[in-house]
Design a protein around this ligand. Structure first.
Ligand SMILES: Cc1cc2nc3c(=O)[nH]c(=O)nc-3n(C[C@H](O)[C@H](O)[C@H](O)COP(=O)(O)OP(=O)(O)OC[C@H]3O[C@@H](n4cnc5c(N)ncnc54)[C@H](O)[C@@H]3O)c2cc1C
Length: 512
């Protein structure tokens, strides 16, 4: 069939230009900055304006208010809490937190720093990681002081469980090569309440605290366009209330904390096509990239826009980790026990979005689940390979090699832990689809505005934009790809959100 672009009436060049123009227009529609001269008078004024009511926004609001500023927090949706309230509420903390100590878990800031900086992707943000690790003990104490409940209970369960334990290994610490690069410690701190309600409880506590301190919280108010003085300083924000534009004048600073952009399909297609293909956009409906686009429109630089959390949550149950995960060449490409963010990243970004979990009788899913569908079943590995259409002999070779060493407790390629290592033998064999499009493959974004450790938004020359701050998934922060542990995002949001709030409150600001 002829290339669509080659058909009569539309040249390839025109098609590409047309598509590009559409994407550019849609991605940032309506977020262009307004000159101060375009605002006749302010409808509302405040010292500090926070955009977004997730973990980053509310943490910023609490600190700005405690620093003595008048704080207005606006939320575009009808309810507060954002993706943070949907989350497990896991915060990655370590270095000897009160909870670690109570549960006799040995840890150090250095081991935590090594884990985050050495076991994820290349060129991580070392300044942010160092500060985060050095101040993690104090930050966890702050969460406790706000009233977030933690139980003195530890679990060795792999993955977020439904019990009320508050400490677990939430990431890739025990998998190779991470366990050789950094001394493992349990650092997933999760509110001690049963079920997947940690994020809701965390946000209830922080939102109540903000309200009690006198932060003005307003729902159904959407930030639309930053207002900028002639000298480049941020003066305020045009918002939409009941569909009507209103202008908020800001005396000190604005903190953009409006989450990522997983629900902005055009932004995803443009910036993060691998995430676009993932089956489940994960996050609250307000994650449309508004803050990122407003920041860019004001001259802010954006980093790591292609990166995100692509998740292949194959465990629990843990018995499936005795199976093997293979790509379209019938080859393994990591240790199957890897954290599901590491596995998801490998599939989405490095295996063209295709992979299968191959199990024998003992390692198969035994209870009904529809996250990963069985797409091939047979009495031999050859049957499976033929049904999947893998290159002739490849999967058989992979399994024979794996089994030969596994029988002696060895995995020369990926050093799978003994707990999950045994030969794959005993029909029926099953292949479970781990492809990004058809499996349960949630994703959300990591890219965002370039900020200092105090949340000041930087332009592409590395200069601060006066009066403009950002935090959470509106920024490029601690979470980078591959995502190596649950809790790094909410940890980053609360920690750097607090710093952004303090810095905005201390901003020399404007005389309105
Ligand atoms: C099911 C699930 C479980 C997760 N579990 C964990 C976990 O346990 N630990 C972890 O670290 N991470 C977890 N994550 C990821 C984590 O929840 C998010 O990355 C994090 O909460 C983002 O916080 P935020 O404050 O940046 O944004 P959000 O919490 O999304 O808050 C942003 C808010 O800004 C609002 N907003 C958007 N645009 C505007 C606008 N123009 N004007 C005003 N308001 C606006 C949004 O509506 C939203 O309420 C999970 C995610 C999901 C979906």
């Amino acid at each position: 069939m002829a290339d669509r672009a080659d058909r009569p009436g539309i040249s390839r060049r025109r098609l590409l230009v047309g598509l590009g123009a559409t994407a550019a227009a849609t991605v940032a529609a309506g977020t262009a900055a307004l000159p101060r001269s375009g605002i006749a008078s302010w409808d509302i004024t405040t010292d500090v304006l926070i955009v977004g009511s997730g973990a980053a926004g509310v943490s910023a609001a609490i600190e700005a208010r405690q620093a003595g500023a008048e704080v207005l927090l606006i939320e575009s949706l009808a309810r507060f809490g954002g993706s943070s309230a949907m989350s497990g509420g896991v915060v990655y903390a370590g270095g000897g937190t009160a909870l670690q100590q109570a549960l006799k878990v040995t840890d150090s800031a250095e081991a935590m720093y090594n884990f985050i900086s050495l076991t994820g992707g290349p060129h991580p943000p070392l300044d942010k990681i160092q500060l985060y690790c050095e101040e993690s003990v104090a930050h966890f104490a702050w969460l406790v002081a706000q009233g977030v409940p933690y139980s003195e209970k530890f679990t060795t369960a792999k993955g977020l469980y439904m019990g009320d334990e508050s400490l677990y290994f939430s990431g890739n610490e025990l998998a190779w090569p991470a366990r050789d690069l950094a001394r493992p410690a349990a650092r997933g701190h999760v509110p001690g309440i049963p079920g997947m309600n940690g994020g809701r409880r965390l946000m209830q506590v922080l939102l109540s605290r903000a309200e009690a301190l006198g932060v003005s919280l307003r729902a159904a108010v959407a930030a639309r366009r930053l207002v900028i003085e002639n000298d480049g300083r941020i003066a305020g924000m045009q918002v939409s209330i009941d569909g009507q534009p209103q202008a908020i004048g800001v005396k000190r600073g604005i903190v953009l904390a409006s989450g990522g952009f997983i629900h902005n399909r055009e932004m995803l297609r443009q910036y993060a096509p691998e995430l676009y293909d993932c089956s489940v956009p994960w996050g609250n409906a307000g994650d449309l990239g508004d803050g990122i686009n407003m920041g860019i429109a004001a001259g802010g630089a954006a980093l790591r826009m292609h990166q995100g959390f692509a998740i292949a949550p194959i465990y629990p149950p843990e018995n499936v980790l005795s199976g093997i995960v293979v790509n379209a060449s019938g080859q393994r490409f990591l240790s199957e026990e890897s954290y599901h963010g590491v596995l998801g990243d490998a599939i989405a970004y490095h295996q063209q979005g295709r992979a299968w979990l191959i199990t024998d009788q003992r390692s198969a899913y035994s209870l009904h689940q529809d996250n990963f569908l069985p797409v091939a079943r047979g009495s031999s590995i050859g049957d499976i390979a033929a049904q999947l259409g893998l290159p002739r002999g490849a999967l058989q070779h992979t399994v024979a090699y794996y089994n030969r060493y596994a029988a002696n407790g060895d995995d020369p390629m990926f050093h799978k832990s003994q707990a999950y290592l045994r030969p794959l033998q005993g029909p029926p064999y099953t292949a479970w689809d781990l492809g990004v499009a058809d499996a349960f493959f949630p994703a959300h974004t990591f890219g965002g505005l370039h900020t200092t450790v105090d949340g000041q938004v930087l332009n592409s020359f590395g200069d601060e934009i006066p009066g403009l701050y950002a935090a959470g998934r509106t920024t490029a922060g601690l979470p980078t790809a591959p995502y190596i542990a649950s809790g790094l995002s909410v940890g980053d949001c609360t920690f750097f959100g607090r710093r952004a709030g303090r810095a905005a409150a201390a901003d020399a600001g404007l005389r309105l």
